[in-house]
Write a new protein. Structure first.
Lengths: 223, 223
DNA sequence: TGGCAAACTGACGGTGTGTCACAAACCTAT
DNA sequence: ATAGGTTTGTGACACACCGTCAGTTTGCCA
C-alpha cells in the first residue's frame, strides 16, 4: 500500500508544493482536490477511496495531488480541521442559553438538534475521524477532541452550576463527557435507528430528557 | 483497488474452496488465516490491512487466502459474526437480574462493566464493524444489530415493566436504544477519555446512574 | 502402491502508489 | 512583445498489492 514505508507520515500543513509561495492557480486546484475528496468520500467507502479517482475528478494527474497532500489521509485531515470549528456554535448555545425549568428543557432540545444537524452535514467525514481516532491516530484524535471538548467543557460548567443546589458525588466532567458521548453516538447512528423502525423523533425526545436530567439533576418539567 | 470490479462482492459463507467438501487441513489453514487477520487488525490500520501480510503471517501464499475468503472484508465479516453471539450474555444479564432499588443499581453497574469488557475484548473488530455499518454495508449492519438488538430488546422490556408504575410518553424502544447508544459509545471511546484525563471509573459511575434512571424512571438510591 | 480429491502455489495482467526530472503556464520588468 | 524566473502540472517509472487460473503437491485410503 505504501511503496516507501519511511516517507509516508510526512508533516504538511497548508503547504504550497515544495516550499514555494502559493499562487492563485495553485490554491484553486488545491481547493478542487479537497472538494473532490469530500465528494468521493460520500460515494466511496473509505478503504476504496483512491488518489487516482480524486485526481480524475479534479481533472488533473495523480502526481499533482501529491504536490498538495502527502496522501489521501492528509487531504481528509484538512477537511476535518475545517469542520472542527463548527463545535464552537454548539458550545455558545450551551453557555448562553437558559437551563432552568421549561426553557431549560427547550435548550436541551436545541442542543440535540444541533448535534443531529452537525452530523447530518458532515456525516462521511465524521465517520473517518471516528475510525482514525479509535485507531490511535493523534492528529485525528486532536480534531475530534477540539470539536467535542468545547461542548464537553461548556456542559461541565452548566453541570457545576446546578451542583451547588443539588449535590452529587459524580465528577462533573465525566457527566458532561457521558452526555456528549450519547449525543455523538445517537447523531451518527441516526439512520441505523430509522432502518430498524425507531423514529428519529422518538430518539430525539428520549435523548433530550436524559440530557436535561443529567445536566440539571432534576426531573424534566411535565414528565 | 479491485481489478475486477464486478466479481468483488461474492457471496461466501463458510465455504470450502471451490465447492469441495472441507477437510482437516483445510479447516486448519482457514482458522490460521482468521487468527492472523484478527491479530493484524490489532496492529495495522484497517485501510492498510493487506492480504499479502495475512498470508505471510499464516505461512501461506496470498492465493491460498482467496480460496477461503473473497477478500479481506469477508474474513473480517466471519470474525465479526463469531463475536456477535456474545451479546446474548448481556441480554441474559438484563433479563434475569433484579432492577429494583439498590440491587437494581448494582445490576446497572454490572451491565456497564459488561459493555466495557466486551469492547475491551473485541476493540479492533468493533471499530471496523462500526465504520462499515455507518458506510451502509448491510452485512455488517446486520451483525451490529444482532449484537445490540438483543440488549436493546431486553432493556425495552425492563423499561416497560417500570412504565406501569411510572407512566411516560416516551417510546420504550427509543429509550432502550438511547441507553445502548450511550453504553456502546462510552465503551469504544474509553481510552480516549483516559487520554484526556477523565478516569474510566468516573465515567462508569456517571453512566451507571444515567442507565438506572432511564430504565427505572427513578432517582438512583443514595444519590 | 496407485488413484483421486483436497490443498496449495507460481506466474501474470491489472490497478494503485509515490517520486522524479522535465515541460507548460504564468507572471513581471524591461 | 519578450526574456527570465517562478509556479504549476505531468509522463514515465519502480514498486506494491489484487485476484485469477492452470497446474503442482499433499494426504488419504482402497
Amino acid at each position: 500500500m505504501s511503496p516507501v514505508k519511511a516517507g509516508k507520515r510526512r508533516t504538511d500543513g497548508a503547504r504550497a508544493a515544495d516550499g514555494r509561495t502559493p499562487g492563485n492557480r495553485g490554491r484553486a486546484t488545491r481547493e478542487r482536490l479537497l472538494k473532490c475528496t469530500a465528494d468521493l468520500l460520500e460515494k466511496t467507502s473509505y478503504r476504496d477511496l483512491t488518489v487516482i479517482e480524486i485526481a480524475r475528478c479534479a481533472g488533473t494527474s495523480p502526481a499533482t495531488f501529491y504536490q498538495y497532500f502527502s496522501d489521501v489521509e492528509a487531504a481528509i485531515l484538512m477537511l476535518a480541521r475545517a469542520m472542527a470549528g463548527h463545535g464552537a456554535a454548539l458550545a455558545t448555545l450551551i453557555r448562553e442559553a437558559n437551563w432552568k425549568g421549561k426553557a431549560g428543557f427547550d435548550t436541551a432540545g436545541e442542543l440535540v438538534n444541533g448535534f443531529l444537524e452537525l452530523w447530518e452535514e458532515h456525516r462521511s467525514l465524521l465517520r473517518v475521524v471516528d475510525l482514525a481516532t479509535l485507531e490511535g491516530d493523534l492528529r485525528f484524535q486532536n480534531i475530534r477532541t477540539h470539536l467535542l471538548n468545547q461542548v464537553t467543557e461548556a456542559l461541565r460548567d452548566v453541570v457545576e452550576t446546578f451542583r451547588s443546589q443539588h449535590p452529587s458525588d459524580l465528577d462533573p466532567t465525566a457527566q458532561a463527557a457521558t452526555i456528549v458521548s450519547l449525543l455523538a453516538h445517537v447523531a451518527s447512528h441516526r439512520y441505523g435507528f430509522e432502518f430498524w423502525g425507531i423514529r428519529t423523533d422518538h430518539i430525539r425526545r428520549s435523548v433530550t430528557r436524559t440530557l436535561y436530567w443529567t445536566v440539571t439533576g432534576r426531573q424534566p418539567p411535565g414528565a
